[in-house]
Design a protein around this ligand. Structure first.
Ligand code: PGA
Length: 248
């Protein structure tokens, strides 16, 4: 049985003191959650967030990392740095990273391998553009992203993996995929992972992301193949995020 996981992707929002305050608001509202809860603030907020997350059921995630452990990569942050401050999850290959920072399936793959080798759990994002969907290419695009992004993993790593299916046209647009369309692609993703790694694919948690909010979460999360949500905008409002968590 896969345990649902709701992760908040704060993107480039909140200063460290604002992050503390938002987490303080979220904490009591999700204390009795029966799913896993993760918040992913910006890098500079992670240490402050960690201090307020002590003794809570909320885990800490980062929004990106470099695949090397250290070196001449100005402006980058590595897995050992995240690990040392208590980060457990890391979003990899978000479409905004792919679109604005030239991330590719190849760099996604390097990051996923590095994350696992430092005992971080990657939340690997895949999803098609509107143009690709309208051209009937959703399955091809997602298949390629999954095959390339997840190549070379050990079965034991696949077991811990989290994938987020985020159709790009649904991110931040208020236009979410229908629950059945999202479920269809998520089941398709699981079938690809089964083809790559066998039955361990049944243990991989696959989230939906893209305009998930307090109103539509219950319907999306009720779908049989959807194991949680990666939430952007609505994760910045304590009440809305808590409603989504409680919809599990
Ligand atoms: P959104 O973002 O919920 O604001 O659409 C989701 C995401 O980018 O992960």
């Amino acid at each position: 049985m896969r345990r649902a996981i709701i992760a908040g992707n704060w993107k480039m929002n909140k200063t460290p003191s604002e992050a503390k305050s938002l987490i303080d608001h979220i904490k009591p509202l999700v204390a009795d959650a029966n799913c896993e809860v993760v918040v992913c603030p910006p890098f500079v907020c992670l240490p402050a967030a960690k201090t307020v997350l002590e003794n809570s059921n909320i885990k800490l995630g980062a929004q990106n990392m470099h695949w090397e452990e250290s070196g001449a990569y100005t402006g980058e942050v590595s897995a050992p740095m995240l690990k040392e401050i208590g980060v457990e999850y890391v979003i990899i290959g978000h479409s905004e990273r792919r679109q604005y920072f030239a991330e590719t399936d190849d760099t996604v793959n390097k990051k996923v391998i590095s994350a696992f080798s430092h005992e971080l759990i990657p939340i690997v994002c895949v999803g098609e553009t509107l143009e690709q969907r309208e051209a009937g290419k959703t399955e091809n695009v997602v298949k390629m992203q999954v095959e390339k992004g997840l190549s070379g993993l050990k079965v034991d790593e696949v077991r811990r993996l989290i994938v987020a299916y985020e159709p790009i046209w649904a991110i931040g647009t208020g236009r979410n995929a229908t629950p059945s369309d999202a479920n269809y692609v998520i089941k398709f993703i699981r079938d690809i992972i089964t083809g790559l790694y066998g039955n361990v694919a049944d243990e991989v948690r696959i989230q939906y992301g893209g305009s998930v909010n307090a109103q539509n979460a219950a319907e999306i999360l009720a779908m049989p193949d959807i194991d949680g949500a990666l939430v952007g905008g609505a994760s910045l409002k304590a009440q809305d995020f808590a409603t989504i968590v409680r919809s599990c």
